[in-house]
Ligand binder design. Sequence first.
Ligand code: NAD
Length: 358
Amino acid sequence: QRTARRILITGGAGFIGSNFVHHWCRRYPGDRVVVLDALTYAGNRANLATLERLDNFRFIAGNICDRALVDTLLVDEKIDTIAHFAAESHVDRSILGPGAFIETNVVGTFTLLEAYRQHYTQNRELISDRGGLFLHVSTDEVYGSLGPNDPAFSETTPYAPNSPYSASKAGSDHLARAYFHTYNIPTIITNCSNNYGPYHFPEKLIPLMCINMLLGKALPVYGDGQNIRDWLYVEDHCSALDTVIHKGKPGETYNIGGNNEVKNIDLVKMLCQLMDELAVDLPVKPAEDLITFVKDRPGHDRRYAIDATKIKTELGWQPSVTVEEGLRKTIRWYLDNQTWWRPLLSEEYQAYYRQVYA
Ligand code: NAD
């Protein structure tokens, strides 16, 4: 018999966070789920609209840097587990303005850890009885860039972040680790490869390409398009995090990935072919005619690849969605949910877009 949890999910209105909130509410309807999200440009309360009528669900619009708010929430809601997704997450934006990344990713994570430390110390037995822990959701980008023949990143690969985004995530990972070793607070870190799927903000590679194809706009590919990313369907990431929360060992790090290394240009071509097949009235067909190579991103990591042996062998997790299946599902979602993404192409977004792809 599983003990019901009371879980605080930060960043639950963002891409992975909202997929995770849906996953958790579906699988564990008896758990109390509290979402804390500042609703930045990347957060969208509408992602959780269908959950708001549930008695066990509560949404709070607020900042993880607000210590008094976090303290109150942990105590009032008797939280045992934190799943921490809230972050500034986009590399291109971190190049234009790194300040917000330090504030949310480093100071925000520190604030949450401090609040959890106090709360945990005062309620140690209750929280450990319920298997409570602080799950810090992070990225493979902290490991830097791989050469073509290097082995994939493992949990012991040294950190070598190259962008302000990955540097800020690296800082927050180190804090989560230190809270386990210094204060004996049960923290676990997960480092996952690139995700894709529903509710992904238009600025990221896969939604950007899908949306531009539907609008008949150029498909900007950085540099020579040979950069390699390791792709994981977001639902597989959520199932991995679920497994880590239930079976992971405090103080450990788990890498999460699906063994799907693809060159950016090949991914874009795959998307074009699937879009040609799935969308009835594309403005430009074949969509590949829209591919345009643009000036490379500064400090652009060449290759990421994740070795997920540890989570597979120690915790028994497996991804279940192939890249082709995942891309099909994702394209269908963007075709069927135009009322979700069209309003996100705001003036602010257009201004950002012009700056990046100038
Ligand atoms: P996202 O940008 O889509 O969502 C981030 C959410 O955090 C938004 O809802 C935003 O409103 C909220 N937020 C931002 N600053 C906040 C603050 N100060 N206080 C409270 N809420 C705040 O990001 P995502 O892609 O869903 O990523 C979620 C987490 O997963 C991040 O920590 C990211 O580093 C990590 N991650 C992402 C990927 C990926 O491919 N997207 C891969 C591995 C790890």
